[in-house]
Write a protein that binds this ligand. Structure first.
Ligand SMILES: [Zn+2]
Length: 398
């Protein structure tokens, strides 16, 4: 997933931000500016804005520190980390493989929250050095900051936000860190990653539904412990719950899909001797003589037994009616050098990943220089559905 723009590279890991992150950055800056302007009457408006924006940027660095906590543990266990992406709900480290043992998963999952909580406590301590204890007897959270100098204000705010970040992530909803910790424990008990993921995912979906229902209650004016009441807070909770629910069921699906398809050769799902077309016929001829004669969506294009490309329904659809009698297959096909292919002995999980990543429907299976056959997305899905009930509901999520 290469969304967002890259802003830096740390420890060989690309740091990216998604556009949705800008939204949360502006929201936090705006909200903090108004809070600072209210509780720090000595500060000018411009100074409050500067402090609001600085605090937002430091918050961004805190999320990054949290994700680096996970990533560096992963790297130390030989698991490559592609990128860290910051987006609306925080950060995601794009760690390419699953950890190899329950212990490894436990340490990897717990290190993010540990970084956040330790960083938070250190900042609160630093910000609080030399303050009278009764400063902390405030009724509203933000009142603690009242009358504090700029540096103390930043340290105290950032410190408490980091502690919250660590605690929130320990909510036992997979794929949140707390859910991963839970999964590593289930995994250690059952010695079965699939079972452990299923349980952790169920708990995750349960937690997500509690959030959604609480959010709806908040919108209707019911007071929820810790989260309070109100429309905006309620909406936010619903959004987070919805996101968590999706993430939980998706990550479960991905685990089982990998579990079933890994080590199954593509050969098993390949349709051999698919109909092929020559490159020197018109699009009209392609439609009449090939497409209308089969139920295939894509055809390998072959000249003298040599693969030169692939042409599919979408390529034909892009050609306007009158042009179909003058354009040739060679002009609308995807040429060989832009084509992704796979070998019959590659595993089917690889095939599905390549198909999903490139948003295509099929891959040509090549044995050396020869076309062995075609493997289509729907054939892989059917294979999955034959393996387990879990897949009966899967089609869109792949
Ligand atoms: Zn985390």
């Amino acid at each position: 997933m290469d969304r967002g723009i890259q802003i830096a590279r740390l420890f060989g890991i690309k740091i990216r931000i998604d556009w949705s992150w800008l939204l949360i950055f502006l929201l936090i800056s705006w909200n903090l500016t108004s809070v600072f302007a209210q509780i720090q009457p000595d500060w000018s408006l411009v100074f409050s804005i500067v402090m609001g924006v600085s605090a937002s940027l430091l918050f961004f660095l805190s999320v990054l520190a949290h994700e680096l906590g996970h990533s560096l543990v992963a790297q130390s266990q030989g698991i490559p980390v592609d990128s860290i992406m910051l987006f609306l709900f925080g950060g995601i480290a794009n760690i390419r493989e699953e950890p190899k043992s329950p212990g490894a998963e436990f340490i990897m999952a717990v290190m993010g929250p540990v970084v956040s909580i330790l960083l938070g406590l250190a900042l609160i301590l630093l910000g609080g050095i030399g303050l009278e204890l009764d400063t902390f007897q405030a009724t509203q959270p933000m009142q603690i900051l009242e009358g504090l100098g700029p540096l103390r204000t930043l340290a105290m705010w950032l410190g408490s936000v980091n502690v919250l970040l660590g605690v929130f992530n320990m909510i036992p909803g997979f794929p949140l860190d707390g859910g991963r910790v839970l999964r590593s424990i289930f995994w250690a008990i059952t010695d079965n990653l699939r079972k452990a993921t299923r349980w952790a995912s169920f708990v995750g979906q349960g937690v997500a539904w509690v959030m959604i229902v609480s959010g709806i209650s908040m919108i209707f004016g019911i007071q929820i412990p810790f989260f309070g009441e109100g429309f905006i807070g309620g909406l936010w909770l619903i959004l987070i719950g919805w996101f968590l629910n999706n993430a939980a069921s998706r990550s479960y699906q991905q685990i089982i899909i990998r579990d079933v398809l890994e080590n199954v050769p593509v050969r098993k799902m390949t349709k051999q001797n698919p109909p092929t077309v020559p490159s020197n016929i018109t699009v009209d001829a392609l439609v009449e003589d090939y497409i209308m004669q089969t139920d295939d969506h894509a055809f390998p294009v072959m000249d003298d037994d040599r693969l030169v490309g692939i042409v599919c329904l979408d390529d034909v659809r892009k050609v306007k009616g009158p042009d179909r009698s003058t354009l040739y297959v060679s002009e609308i096909m995807t040429p060989r050098d832009e084509l992704k292919t796979i070998s019959p002995d590659d595993d089917a999980h690889n095939a599905l990943t390549t198909i999903s990543k490139n948003a295509i429907r099929q891959l040509i299976v090549m044995e050396g220089d020869q076309v062995f056959g075609m493997v289509r997305r729907r054939d892989i899905v059917r294979f999955l559905q034959l393996q387990s009930d879990d897949f009966m509901s899967i089609t869109g999520g792949l």
